[in-house]
Design a protein around this ligand. Sequence first.
Ligand code: CTP
Length: 355
Amino acid sequence: MGSIKFESHSWIWDGVYYYPHLCGGLMLTAALLGLSTSYFAGIGVPSLPYFWPHLGIFQKKKYEKKPIRVYMDGCFDLMHYGHANALRQAKALGDILVVGVVSDEEIIANKGPPVLSMEERLLLVSGLKWVDEVIANAPYAITEEFMGNLFSNHKIDYIVHGDDPCLLPDGTDAYALAKKAGRYKQIKRTEGVSSTDIVGRILSSMRDTKVGDGCNSPSLSEQPHDTTKESQPNGTQISHFLPTSQRIVQFSNGKGPAPNACVVYIDGAFDLFHAGHVEILKNARQLGDFLLVGIHSDQTVSKQRGTQFPLMHLHERSLSVLACRYVDEVIMGAPWEVTKDMVCKHVIVSEMDSA
Ligand code: CTP
């Protein structure tokens, strides 16, 4: 089980530490990774002195290596799988990922007011499986003073950001100092999703509801909402996300349940993944050893909640759930009713019951 350190850049969060637990797994991935690692294990060359005990030469199997600590900051408003993918890539650049969550005040000054509060954004970020430590109320720009604090107090080796320009209101680069210090690394921004795009989808869905109410159009309300389409007859925002099996593998942990494990099943829409989802998944995981999450299909969600939903399509919702540290496995397009063959030894919890 991993742990996360929760720190503050300001007095508000001083001394607050969270230690949520880590777990993981996707059976398909387990099969793939198992195959590749056992294949390459056959051609590995162990260090020579380890093989010469008769000469009295012994050494540790591994050298103690100083862990590389990387820092990534952001607003993480309406947190989506693009943010999760950025943090996944940042973590891969080192051993320990420290995430700075920019303060409400700094976001207001640089981008306009955030939708989610500092507390909600912190919960969402610390619920991600790649995040090791969190710094609350981080500044928007990497100033000389904050960079010194990162290097000396947080022992940061590299500062990471996506490959999109991040400019301050005066037009200067927010990461200029980190770049000058030679301690900057870049990851690839995930195409097809942004907080602005999600706000657009929310506004469109609200407009659709009003249009539906006003015109009383049965043909519109009978159509399931398909977020994967290029354009919607009702004007709903479109998704440009292209789901690939590689992305799902990257987000998965690659472990199935151990023999005799108590597998907990929870199902739901998990649309617009939020702090409440993190809480319920954490609680569900504590009921057993392995958490299996059933994610309802777009058609099921539309049928149950209205044609303007879901706002995020099945693959987007699946990635957000898979990125959560409490989740071991997902069923993409789970049935609304839990069938008898799914039950077998499982504890069933419903997202609706517990919300
Ligand atoms: N990021 C990314 N892919 C996206 C959106 C964000 O890789 N689709 C990265 C950014 O490059 C940044 C980090 O996630 O390194 C945090 O981004 P954030 O500060 O929250 O804001 P934006 O970059 O403006 O993204 P968004 O509009 O989606 O909030």
